[in-house]
Design a protein around this ligand. Structure first.
Ligand code: 5GP
Length: 195
């Protein structure tokens, strides 16, 4: 019934469980996650072109100059951006595309693609967020504190998103996400009528 795939932006504090949520969502439906470009160094276990396109600052600047990014932002001393072409291709094939990006990028997407659906995931509390970041164990104490400070700045912006999902119990968060998408598929603007 739908023509073009949906463009879904998922934001939320670092360590809030977006990655786990997305893995679960992909088990339950046909969603493609856009692979971002970043100047950040890979974490242990991260694979180039799978988790991110890990590129130099020069290569990132080049992508900006060529208008090859749908959006980009600086986050905790590194650049992150969404390669435009792949997203356009996937949506044209009718695939639902998820962008797991931070708030500055999300607002750029809202301006450029007015049909994008913006979802913000929130943790049960800041203490729980800190606990999850420590448990993940991929960042130094200094980076964790930087990310928490950034999260505290981002959280009030959740009100500018279309939907807010509490990520306490994973199963409930995934159910809420799927309910939003189900409703979005029925939005009159997204339905192609043959008569
Ligand atoms: P991390 O370093 O933990 O992988 O990501 C840091 C932050 O950057 C997260 O909030 C993540 O959602 C965001 N991010 C990842 N890719 C992109 C992107 O392409 N654009 C923007 N604006 N943010 C991104």
């Amino acid at each position: 019934m739908n023509e073009k795939g949906l463009l879904i932006v998922l934001s939320g504090p670092s360590g809030c469980g977006k990655g786990t949520m997305i893995k679960e969502i992909q088990k339950q439906g046909d969603y493609v996650v856009s692979v971002s470009a970043t100047t950040r160094a890979p974490r242990e276990g991260e694979i180039d072109k799978v988790h991110y396109h890990f590129i130099s600052r020069e290569a990132f600047q080049q992508m900006i100059a060529e208008d090859a990014l749908l959006e980009y932002a600086s986050y905790c001393d590194n650049y992150y951006g969404t390669p435009r072409q792949k997203v356009d291709e996937l949506r044209a094939q009718g695939k639902n595309v998820i962008l797991e990006i931070e708030v500055q990028g999300a607002f750029q997407i809202k301006e450029r693609c007015e049909d994008a659906i913006l979802i913000f995931t929130i943790p049960p509390s800041v203490d729980e967020l800190r606990r999850r970041l420590h448990k993940r164990g991929t960042e130094t104490e200094e980076v964790i504190e930087k990310r928490i400070a950034r999260s505290l700045e981002e959280l009030p912006l959740a009100k500018k998103y279309d939907y807010i999902i509490l990520n306490d119990a994973l199963e409930d968060a995934v159910d809420d996400f799927l309910a939003v998408i189900r409703a979005e598929h029925l939005r009159s603007a997204n339905v192609k009528l043959d008569f």
